[in-house]
Design a binder for this molecule. Structure first.
Ligand code: MCF
Ligand code: FE
Length: 412
């Protein structure tokens, strides 16, 4: 048994318990007991450490990230979804080329920001082995995309090979799953085929949904930007949307789904998603950069969706640091009481996403996984606004534990 302690422990449990001068007693799998450091010190211990002027949180969770796009810095265009997608189509191949070193750095950046667990969208499988070898806990969402019937067999073969490879690498820290890119980019036959695979193997699904007004116009009116998109990039003059919003959502009955973005939902869509076994993931900086819009948090509250935030990839963000994402949220939602919002943001990157990714982490209480992040925050023992000061000042972890082991991030 090991014991770590700190000036403050933010447990993220049901009552959002905060323990001052707290301690966590744990082994390589689970938390055994949590309480006051001085009390727990009386146990038989292999290792003891107290972090002065520090906060311990559950290791953070970034539930939507595209590691393969980590080479993008200033290449892709921001400010309009249309310009962004055009620039992805034009630069995708060069961004993928020799991207391994960028992916490795992105994994490091992720760990340094206190993230111990990710939902990674893998479009080509280039991130697969690097992620499986990393210290991170990973749900690898193998992406399927395509709407041209001539290529269906090729797409299926490629998808299946990636899926099988990721299944063969499964471990206590690595799980295979499935991502359907979006309703504008995926034919119904391929969607049904991939959903069946997810259901047969009880894998969660991730999908982008109603990110842009262009997608909404396409699904509702069969018109707008996407007409030109299919004509210019796929030589298809007669492309039609494969779904209505309703028929797309219907596909996910009986699945465990993460809908990502959801910036353009109407009441009917909110209602339909709330009937599914589904959560919504919001990527605030990505949404600001591509679509000039933030997720409607008050609607999410009305429909009882837990708040979940993620960074998306470097394809639509300037960093993969979850603490930068947290600060963006704090400043974006000006109508919310700042102290309450700070607490909601902490849950949005711990307890709330943990439920769907299934690693038994995200909360510090006995029998949960031993995944912790420790941050030095000057004078944290002098404030009553712990959550707010944590979000304002936390930048890089002091230490990160995954499955009870301290991670050597630099050499990971
Ligand atoms: O989430 C953002 C914006 N929305 C859609 N896709 C992506 C994002 N970041 C990367 N992507 C990838 C996506 O996985 O870009 C490609 C896909 O492989 C788009 S090609 C239609
Ligand atoms: Fe995304």
């Amino acid at each position: 048994m090991k014991l770590i302690g700190a000036s403050v422990i933010i447990t993220c449990d049901e009552r959002f318990t905060i323990i001052k001068d707290g301690g966590i007693l744990f082994d390589d799998e689970n938390i055994i007991k949590i309480g006051k450091f001085d009390e727990l010190k009386k146990s038989e211990l292999q290792e003891v450490r107290f972090y002065h002027s520090c906060v311990i949180t559950p290791a953070l969770i970034n539930s939507h990230i595209h590691f393969e796009f980590s080479k993008n810095y200033s290449t892709l265009q921001y400010g309009s979804f249309e310009k962004w997608l055009d620039s992805v189509m034009q630069n995708r191949d060069t961004l993928m080329q020799d991207s391994a070193s960028y992916i490795k750095n992105a994994i490091k950046e992720t760990l340094y920001s206190g993230v111990g667990c990710v939902g990674a969208i893998s479009s080509n499988g280039f991130d697969l082995e690097l992620l499986s070898k990393s210290a991170l806990k990973v749900v690898l969402f193998n992406e399927i995309m395509g709407s041209n019937k001539d290529f269906f067999n090729k797409i299926k073969d490629n998808f299946e090979a990636r899926l099988e490879k990721s299944k063969s690498l499964e471990s206590s820290t690595f799980k295979a799953a499935i991502a359907l890119h979006s309703p504008y980019s995926l034919d119904i036959e391929l969607a049904q085929y991939a959903i069946k695979k997810a259901q047969d193997s009880k894998m969660p699904i991730s999908t982008h949904f109603l990110e842009s007004k262009e997608e909404l116009t396409w699904l509702e009116n069969n018109d707008g930007y996407f007409r030109g998109f299919f004509r210019d990039f796929f030589k298809n003059e007669n492309a039609k949307p494969c779904y209505s919003k309703e028929s797309f959502l219907e596909l996910f009955k009986g699945c465990q789904t993460l809908f990502v973005h959801c910036l353009h939902l109407d009441d009917n869509d909110w209602n339909n998603i709330s009937k599914l076994t589904a959560d919504i993931v919001s990527c605030p900086r990505s949404n600001r950069l591509l679509n000039n819009k933030y997720f409607d948090l008050s609607k999410a509250n009305d429909y009882n969706f837990p708040f979940i935030i993620a960074t998306d990839g470097k394809s639509s963000n300037y960093s993969l640091n979850m603490l930068d994402e947290a600060r963006c949220v704090l400043f974006a939602y000006e109508n919310y009481d700042i102290n309450n919002l700070a607490k909601e943001i902490i849950l949005a990157m711990t307890k709330n996403p943990a439920k769907r990714l299934g690693f038994n982490n995200g909360v510090l209480e006995s029998s949960k996984a031993s995944d912790f992040a420790i941050f030095y925050i000057k004078d944290i023992d002098k404030t009553i606004q712990i959550e707010l000061n944590f979000i304002l000042h936390a930048r890089e972890v002091q230490d990160l534990y995954i499955n009870g082991k301290r991670i050597d991030i630099e050499n990971n």
